[in-house]
Design a protein around this ligand. Structure first.
Ligand code: SF4
Ligand code: SF4
Length: 369
């Protein structure tokens, strides 16, 4: 099952794999079957560029028969000093794609400071005209440029997403990831399989070093275990080339299913008594560590982690600053915490319940017992 992430402040819910169409250039059939395979597997972000030969035309012909809300569409246009040429390319992309609006338009290949100047000196104004006309929803940029250029481009605050190189074998752009995250930008990684190290055909040594993962899966997992990263570009030339990328996120999918199951059980076991661990109830005048007490209750009830609960609960008042706070039976029902709890929990009742469940022999820290 495909996973989806919020693409920064665009608020788009984007699949973690994106379908780049720069290699579907041989025929209309090739494009249509590759896109159909992507959509069937839950990939909802389709990406092209004005400069990718017939890609936009083929993609547009494919999209004609699809509901517009089934996909998020991005195309990219290179900035040019000639604004007439830029405007004409932008219009050409719309004509080829045959859509009334683009979800995302990226200024393509902001690779030099000249490119940034051209954007500032007119290209952005043209793009903004399209935004005002409701034809472009979000503006971003793609780059193969230096970190300094990327940081300067992000700092303009003109862009709500970025398409850049980053991965396990290329970490130079990490400060740009930090900067883009601070601005709540969507973060889209350029081709981690191919441009990230030719990982579809790795050398034996690299394959051994990545075992039990494949090098491709290792790079995908490196990237997707980082919540700052939202989506990775895959550029299959045909449906068969989806196999490796989709297999590579299979383990991630299994992990996510486990985490979802743990969350679901927590929700259903505790119902309206679930402490969400927001910590807003503190401070308690009796110095009860309410969230930690209720976390132990959550775990004991949900997952039968009574032994763990008793072990940790027994440390209150016995482990000093290593495990601060007093036991739940010191609650005086003063009610101070109640209005601060967004879950409207009956905190004193839950504290008493926890104390009854988890009281046992007092415990000190390991080397004190
Ligand atoms: S009601 Fe109990 S837990 Fe809440 S603030 Fe008062 S003493 Fe602390
Ligand atoms: S305010 Fe309520 S939900 Fe939040 S930590 Fe305290 S008891 Fe739990």
């Amino acid at each position: 099952m495909m996973d989806y992430r919020r693409f920064g402040r665009t608020e788009l819910q984007m699949s973690v794999l994106s379908c780049g169409t720069m290699r579907c250039l041989d025929s209309q059939d090739q494009m249509t079957s590759t896109i159909a395979h992507a959509l069937k597997h839950g990939i909802n972000h389709l990406e092209t560029a004005n400069g990718y030969g017939e890609s936009e035309q083929f993609l547009g012909n494919t999209l004609k028969s699809l509901d517009r809300d089934r996909f998020i569409l991005t195309t990219k246009i290179c900035p040019t000093p000639d604004l007439k040429e830029f405007r004409s390319q932008l219009q050409q992309s719309f004509d080829r794609l045959q859509v009334d609006h683009l979800d995302c338009l990226a200024l393509h290949g902001v690779n030099t400071f000249d490119h940034l100047d051209w954007i500032q000196n007119g290209c952005m104004e043209i793009v903004q005209d399209y935004v005002k006309a409701g034809k472009i929803n979000h503006i971003g940029f793609s780059t193969h440029g230096s970190l300094e250029l990327i940081q300067a481009t992000i700092a303009t605050d003109w862009f709500s997403f970025i398409n850049l190189h980053y991965g396990i074998f290329f970490r130079r752009n990490e400060p740009a990831i930090v900067q883009a995250t601070d601005r709540d930008m969507g973060i889209f990684i350029i081709s981690p399989g191919d441009k990230g190290g030719l990982l579809y055909t790795p050398p034996d040594k690299l394959a051994r070093d990545c075992a039990p993962l494949t090098p491709l899966a290792a790079n995908y997992r490196f990237l997707l275990s980082d919540n700052r990263i939202h989506t990775l570009s895959v550029g299959p030339a045909n449906p068969n080339e989806w196999i490796q990328p989709l297999d590579s996120i299979q383990a991630l999918d299994e992990e996510r299913q486990i985490f979802d199951r743990l969350d679901d059980v927590l929700e259903t076991s505790l119902g309206n008594d679930r402490c969400s661990q927001c910590y807003l109830c503190l401070p308690c005048p009796e110095d009860i560590n309410i969230p930690e007490v209720l976390r132990l209750r959550n775990l004991a009830i949900t997952y039968d982690m009574d032994a763990f609960g008793k072990f940790r609960y027994g440390m209150f008042e016995n482990a000093g600053h290593w495990f601060p706070g007093r036991k739940a039976n010191h609650c005086t029902d003063c009610g101070d915490c109640l209005p601060r709890c967004p879950e409207t929990l009956n905190i004193p009742d839950l504290l008493r319940d926890t104390h009854n469940r988890l009281t046992g022999k007092p415990r000190r820290r390991l080397w004190q017992s």
